[in-house]
Design a protein around this ligand. Sequence first.
Ligand SMILES: [Zn+2]
Length: 269
Amino acid sequence: MPELPEVETFKRYLDATALHQEIEKVEIRSELLLEDTRVQELQDTLQGRSFRSTRRHGKYLFVELEGDGWLVLHFGMSGRLKYFRDMTQDPPYDRFLVTFGNGYHLAYDAARKLGEIEVIHDWEAFIEEKELGPDVLDPDFDLETFLEILEQRRGMIKPALMDQQLMAGIGNVYSDEILFQAHIHPRTKIDQLDEKTRTVIDCIVQEVLRTAIEHQATPDEFPDSYLIPHRDPEGMCPLCGGEIERVKVSGCTAYYCPNRQGKDPRERS
Ligand SMILES: [Zn+2]
């Protein structure tokens, strides 16, 4: 599922390709995508205008329209963007296709569960309505903010990192990477982490997300010490060579290295 690094990569891709060109046509190939926005409204809002700028908050991408309004993109389980000229390059699960005056197209492609596409007037109001927490790469999201959030939260660390209303951007995959880098078992409770450890986690959150963005969120290009490229049922730990194990945490499957991250804290006496 696209998390902050993927969505930031889509943002940079859109910035580099699809800004400032007149939108000639908008085709919706899956109405299920549309949250609160009818097909006609989306077409009427976009056609004849252009994309002016973008911003990202957590896993949401906001595309500013020339004049007024924003197109909101959420990528669901597998969404991605593709900009291309020749329709033979149209991706296989194209759900939403914008055609520009210059003959190029921007497709929103999603093989699995759909995300969201809608037009809104005010991105800040949207964030408030969704009750999203601060974006974890926002300059204002500092150590103090992170410690305060953890102070108010009970339960395990992994679901706290993934809770978009506490902090926006991290999902199942990157929370596994963060805890792997921090030597912390995914079932560890927040109250078992001292302040020094919480401070280390904050640094690692920043480092992991920035590193992933630097590598265009492409796991094959991540540092050799990263878990993500090995995060599958047959995966081996890149650091100790041991088997990567899986455990359920709040309905998600977490991957971890027992040698590095210890035993399930519930089994410790
Ligand atoms: Zn290991």
